[in-house]
Design a protein around this ligand. Structure first.
Ligand code: SF4
Length: 353
């Protein structure tokens, strides 16, 4: 295919002299303006239109995590948490999956659907918490506790998943632990989620890994929740289980991002203080226009925000960067992921009954 208008625009962008080129490391709103003023010229295709055109051309589906930029969520076919997206990956007929999330999510997509081409538009978009669990250390802990089952949060590398008995997400961690008959569990890598789950299973010994999400641990503090409550005394506090136990204790609702969406389904109005990454407000507000959502300002994951519309369009044009996982590692990791999906299906069936 010859160079189209999109190539031309990229060319224009590159020749704008540096001092006159707007910074791309600015706010989301400013970045949006950049697209509108530089790319969206009258009579020319917008970047969103180009992305949709490329998706049709390449038989591609775009999956975006709830913490992605608003414009990335808007262009995606499906938006959700790690669990919902993992299920979408397993059932998609598309030949190409463009995964807008961090590294372990794109890797999981490839593991679950190895015959598809999985594109991760910005490979530098990595989860620091997933990097806190090194596979050699996980193996050493397993040798120390041979009678324990290993549960790895989906926020882990493929190598760590391959060493695990089963995976979990924040939305199904309690159901996953309930499905394990053994009393001793190694829980990797989020200690806050592990401590939260431990509350439901006082009879089990959960060995915690010293990992954490810097956004939920450092940016969503007791002080900030107190201040939000002072300003909005009737505000319902929702906290993600990756938050610290002290924040969890202040919450009226503890839920994964999809759990928050479900909780809001029957609510028509009110004010909710949202204790998770700010990107979540986009979807909550879109699905609940009459509810007021108060974010915890500053709770932003810079890695989740690395993916932009331009990077999605470029990755579709170039059909890369693609995700590759060692076949043997992928085979073992898939067992742990499939077990998690099976628990999710059983739990959903029970709730329907
Ligand atoms: S929000 Fe936390 S857990 Fe999610 S990708 Fe960012 S650092 Fe990782």
């Amino acid at each position: 295919m010859g160079p189209g208008p999109w190539h031309l625009l990229r060319g224009i962008w590159r020749v704008v002299p540096g001092p006159f080129r707007p910074s791309v490391s600015t706010t989301l709103a400013e970045n949006r303006n950049i697209y509108e003023c530089v790319i969206h010229q009258p009579g020319m295709m917008t970047v969103e239109e180009r992305i949709r055109e490329l998706c049709t051309e390449k038989n591609a589906v775009i999956l975006a995590h709830n913490y992605q930029r608003p414009e990335v969520q808007a262009v995606a076919d499906h938006v959700g948490d790690s669990f919902v997206l993992a299920r979408r990956v397993s059932s998609t007929d598309a030949e190409v999956i463009v995964f807008c999330g961090v590294d372990f999510m794109a890797e999981s997509a490839k593991i679950l659907n190895p015959e598809r081409t999985v594109i991760h538009p910005v490979v530098e978009s990595r989860c620091p918490m997933a990097a806190m669990a090194e596979v050699e250390l996980v193996r050493a802990l397993k040798s120390k506790h041979p009678d324990a089952r290993v549960v790895s949060y989906i926020n882990t590398s493929a190598d760590v998943k391959a060493e695990s008995d089963i995976c979990c997400t924040s939305g199904n961690a309690v159901d996953v632990i309930r499905s394990i008959p053994e009393k001793k569990i190694i829980f990797v890598p989020d200690r806050n989620l592990g401590m939260y789950v431990q509350r439901s299973f006082p009879d089990k010994e959960i060995i915690l890994w010293p990992g954490y999400c810097h956004v939920h641990q450092d940016d969503i503090t007791v002080q900030l929740i107190k201040e939000a409550k002072e300003k909005h005394p009737h505000g319902v506090v929702m906290a993600h289980p990756e938050c610290t136990p002290e924040v969890i204790d202040m919450a009226d609702v503890v839920a994964s991002t999809e759990g928050m969406i479900r909780h809001l389904r029957d609510v028509k109005e009110g004010t909710f203080i949202v204790g998770t990454e700010e990107g979540m407000i986009v979807r909550l507000q879109k699905e609940n226009p009459n509810v007021t959502f108060i974010p915890v300002h500053g709770a932003l994951c810079p890695n989740m925000k690395r993916i932009t519309l331009e990077s999605i369009a470029r990755s579709l044009e170039e059909m890369g960067p693609t995700v590759q996982v060692d076949m043997e590692v992928a085979r073992k990791a898939k067992v742990a992921l499939d077990r998690m999906l099976e628990v999710g299906r059983s739990a959903a069936d029970e709730k329907k009954d």
